[in-house]
Design a protein around this ligand. Structure first.
Ligand SMILES: [Zn+2]
Length: 125
């Protein structure tokens, strides 16, 4: 897949300077930025990043990305904790997608924990 110029996460920055740098190995400094970077990873098909930023307790052994799920955009609705001095964070979001020619919405609250100074995705709450 070709990489996008503008980051898919919704911040409007160039991909390279936004979630691209996290996909290349930097650690997102907040739970919300990890949430955005994980959404972007679904868009660009970066399975390695998704697995790397998954908490060890809940990480799947393998991850298959659905090729026909066409992500359309991410909206962060609310964010609790997840900052520099927090150990836990919850991010509520809505993601829009088109699959089989139909549009859908995913609305969830993702929980993140800081492990050794790096944010990791745990589960939905
Ligand atoms: Zn981004």
């Amino acid at each position: 897949m070709t990489l996008p110029d503008t980051c898919p996460c919704g911040l409007g920055e160039p991909y390279d300077e936004c979630c691209g740098k996290y996909h290349r190995g930097a650690e997102p400094p907040s739970a919300e930025l990890l949430m955005r970077a994980r959404y972007s990873a679904y868009v660009v098909g970066d399975r390695k990043f998704l697995l790397r930023t998954w908490h060890d307790k809940t990480k799947p052994r393998a991850l298959t990305l659905e090729a026909d799920q066409n992500w359309q955009g991410l909206t962060i609705l609310a964010s609790e904790g997840g900052g520099l001095f927090d150990g836990e964070g919850v991010v509520e979001f809505q993601a829009r997608f088109v699959t089989d020619g139909r549009s859908g919405r995913m609305h969830d609250r993702s929980r993140f924990l800081k492990v050794g100074g790096a944010w990791r995705y745990v589960d939905e709450v």
